[in-house]
Design a protein around this ligand. Structure first.
Ligand code: 48F
Length: 267
């Protein structure tokens, strides 16, 4: 075996995918359960989608289950999605189903990749691109739309190096960065309080309330700024809804809805 051939294979194969992903229909920030289900649902419809994940591992909070017990609970609607992914699920009590969090997240990730989603780990989304060709620059920040995500290697931000980023152009961006709603916070910081929330800002998630959190997440999964859709815990954080803890049906359902919203916007 030739080490240089191994190196060429890795770099060429990666670059082919990365170059192909620089202009996509949908760019998703965050490879937690919501982002991965969004990516899977879009890719299986033939939509060009890429996912950017800051960490080495994918899966966000799902692998840790509840308090590091690596199990998740889903309700009836969530179970139907796990059945679709062929993840093993056990009924614990009527209306409560339990699954292995590692089996769940690794299966969803594998299915997303097989469906054609391109997932890049160790890349941090640090800014957005905003454009509106017909507008004078002074009005751009009032009425522009998100046209891309700005990225850098996670290692660059972790080591606080000053290295300029690169950019991905997309027709729709999805913020699936979890509790911190990072892309939405960037929009507020750089563009102002222009989100479609009561305050225009990220309202912040409320204390644990599984029933309400799971119910409200679907309503909250929508376009929050032109060209920017929120999915998963970000949706509840942005609209000021409760967190729901280790019940994960809402994340899966939100991922599916985010894909539907993105497809509408692509039309
Ligand atoms: O946190 P995360 O799992 O979000 P989610 O998909 O699911 C939430 C649940 O895990 C759980 C819950 C369920 O009841 O409340 O918390 O909404 O996944 C978010 C992913 O986004 C990555 C982060 O590393 C994680 O894997 N991420 C966050 N900020 C960035 C990012 C960023 N700026 N750039 C790239 N990735």
């Amino acid at each position: 075996m030739d080490e240089v051939v191994i190196s060429r294979a890795i770099v060429e194969s990666y670059m082919k995918d990365f170059m192909g992903a620089l202009e996509v229909d949908v760019a998703v920030a965050g490879a937690g359960p919501a982002g991965l289900v969004t990516a899977y649902s879009l890719a299986k419809e033939g939509i060009k989608v890429m996912v950017l994940e800051r960490q080495l591992r994918i899966g966000g909070g799902m692998s840790g289950g509840g308090m590091m017990f690596n199990r998740i609970v889903v309700q009836e609607e969530g179970k139907r999605i796990l059945d679709e992914f062929e993840v093993s699920v056990e009924e614990y009590k009527k209306g409560y189903y339990v699954a292995d969090s590692l089996e769940t997240i690794s299966t969803i990730c594998a299915r997303a990749i097989k469906a054609g989603a391109k997932i890049f780990n160790l890349i941090n989304v640090e800014d957005v691109m905003v454009r509106e060709d017909d507008l004078p620059a002074a009005q751009l920040w009032q009425a522009g739309r998100i046209t891309g995500l700005v990225l850098n290697w996670s290692a660059v931000s972790w080591s606080k190096l000053h290295v300029d980023p690169l950019t991905v152009r997309c027709k729709v961006a999805v913020d699936a960065t979890g509790h911190d709603a990072e892309v939405c916070r960037i929009v507020v910081e750089k563009i102002g309080p222009k989100l479609r929330t009561k305050t225009g800002e990220v309202m912040g998630e409320k204390s644990m309330w599984a029933e309400r959190g799971e119910r409200e997440i679907l309503e909250n999964t929508r376009e929050v700024y032109p060209g920017l859709v929120v999915a998963g815990m970000t949706a509840n954080a942005v609209f000021g809804s409760p967190r729901m803890g280790a019940i994960f049906g809402g994340m899966l359902l939100s991922g599916k809805k985010a894909a539907r919203v993105a497809m509408e916007l692509l039309k």
